[in-house]
Ligand binder design. Structure first.
Ligand code: GTP
Ligand code: MG
Length: 481
């Protein structure tokens, strides 16, 4: 992957604070580019950095206008053995906000410019130190909010996605070579054999791309978190459930129907997965304009959710309207996972046969409605205020969104819609090629489809890029990365 030293592009030097702004033990200022070492050498009192070998650390002072600004350690990385591929210096200074800023300003005063967000990583990409998908993984890793999201980013950073893409590329190149062979020997009797072989190769490729594409939905949930909305009528116990899962009083609970009026979000993790729990205003017709706005927001939250947990207060008499409402939600959100949870089971003790106070999944037990002969839509029973059935609920929440897909969350996952789009496009071109071969179209045209497939794959690793694409990717980074 490493480019030969002669291919490294040495751009003008840039600098930025690479550590978070705030007070800390140390801060790091990163400087990279042409003359980066020489520039810093002019403000460094200590060893002459111009002679310093790569991967060495030097103690000294940063000086400006003959004044010592700070005592620092300077690490020297010489091209091409650095993050960006260029000559790079990292200055570790004391971690105060002001002193860090002063060291940066001293560096900038030597004729170095401030780095744009992600500019160091962009240079690393342009110098062949990282593939585009790896550069994106760096941003994912920085933004990751759960253990699983870190693992997914790490897989991509290790180049596992790039490895798959390179294999796909090679398969397409092999297919193209077969077509060219056929063109060369058109007179001979190779056509039939190569045609079926070619079709087999492309079918295998399609299967492998499908396997990768199938991980996207899970990958998306792992990367961004699972948006979970608690819905139900006022007083069903939605806020109580949120608090029970969070283990703290996050939302206000009261026996007044219509207590929650706005949408409340809370990050919660389960087995390394991030769930964004959203408590909403209870769903009902209301004349209170604030509550009505809350209900509108609840509807919106549900339409954006990955998982809807609908709470029914089972201590209340059966409500045919609610049953219809649940049915309506299910048909409206067919693509979403939805769990219907019966709450306040503690009030039902002894009243429902076949159920237990431990809140186990009770698909087979009889609910009041079933006793009356109707089919209950309830998936499991809990008591949010007593904490019964909460573990079973957690298990069901995870299963509802992940286990049903049967994707190994610790394997390679496609987590970016950009990558998914490129893979789908690749498949479309491959399918065009397959159709062309089947219809006996000339090999020239088949090659065109296959070349288009190669281009789409190249978008993932970055062989094919546009300025806009790079801008949109690198603008997600923080300054200093
Ligand atoms: N007995 C019993 N009471 C519960 C249970 N869960 C919640 N409650 C009570 O039900 C009432 C309403 O609870 P909330 O959590 O505020 O209900 P909500 O669904 O958030 O209501 P709104 O915000 O008004 O939509 C409170 O008095 C809770 O203490 C439960 O499992 N058993
Ligand atoms: Mg509430």
């Amino acid at each position: 992957m490493l480019k030969p030293t002669s291919d490294i592009i040495h751009k003008e030097p840039i600098a930025a604070i690479a550590t978070p702004v705030g007070e800390g033990g140390i801060s790091v200022i990163r400087v990279s580019g042409r003359d980066a070492i020489a520039n810093v050498a002019t403000i460094f009192r200590g060893k002459n950095l111009a002679d310093a070998a790569s991967h060495t650390v030097h103690f000294g002072h940063i000086i400006r206008d003959k004044q010592k600004i700070d005592e620092v350690l300077v690490t020297v990385f010489r091209s091409p053995r650095s993050y960006t591929g260029e000559d790079t210096i990292e200055i570790s200074c004391h971690g105060g906000v002001l002193v860090t800023q002063q060291v940066l300003e001293a560096v900038l005063a030597t004729g170095v410019r401030s780095a744009e967000p992600g500019e160091f990583t962009q240079r690393a990409f342009l110098n062949g130190k990282l593939e585009l998908s790896q550069a994106e993984a760096v941003a994912d890793l920085i933004h990751a909010r759960s253990r699983k999201a870190v693992e997914a980013a790490q897989q991509q950073l290790d180049g596992n996605l790039g490895q798959h893409i390179r294999t796909f590329r090679q398969q397409i190149i092999d297919a193209t070579a077969m077509i060219e062979l056929e063109l060369d020997f058109i007179e001979e009797d190779v056509e039939f054999a190569s045609k079926s072989q070619l079709l087999r190769l492309l079918a295998e490729l399609n299967t492998e791309i499908n396997r990768l594409l199938a991980t996207y939905e899970t990958g998306r949930l792992v990367k961004h978190g699972i948006r979970t909305v608690f819905a139900g009528k006022p007083n069903a116990g939605k806020s109580t459930l949120l608090n029970a899962l969070m283990g703290k009083e996050r939302a206000i609970v009261s026996d007044i129907a219509g207590t929650t009026r706005d949408v409340i979000d809370a990050d919660w993790s389960l087995d390394g997965l991030l769930f964004t729990l959203t408590d909403t205003a209870g769903l009902r017709e209301t004349v209170d304009i604030i509550e009505a706005e809350g209900v509108k927001r609840s509807e919106k939250a549900m339409s954006e959710a990955d998982l809807i947990v609908y709470l029914v207060d089972v201590s209340q008499p059966e409500d045919a309207t609610e049953r219809e409402a649940i049915q309506a939600l299910k048909s409206r959100f067919t693509g979403k996972s939805m769990l219907v949870v019966g709450n306040k089971m503690d009030r039902m003790e002894g009243r429902v046969s076949g159920n237990t106070s431990s809140g186990v999944e009770t698909d087979t037990s009889l609910t009041p409605a079933q006793q009356e002969g109707g089919a209950s839509p309830i998936d499991l029973y809990i008591s949010a205020s007593r904490g019964t059935g909460i573990d079973a609920l957690k298990h069901r929440m995870k299963a509802a969104v992940l286990a049903n897909r049967d994707i190994d969350t610790s394997g390679l996952l496609v987590t970016s819609s950009r990558h998914r789009d490129a893979l789908e496009k690749t498949q479309r071109h491959i399918n065009d090629a397959v159709r062309a071969i089947e219809n006996g179209v000339s090999g020239d045209f088949v090659s065109i489809d296959l070349r288009a497939a190669l281009q789409s794959l190249g978008m993932i690793t970055g062989e094919i890029t546009t300025e806009d694409l790079l801008d949109s990717i690198f603008s997600r980074f923080c300054i200093g990365k």
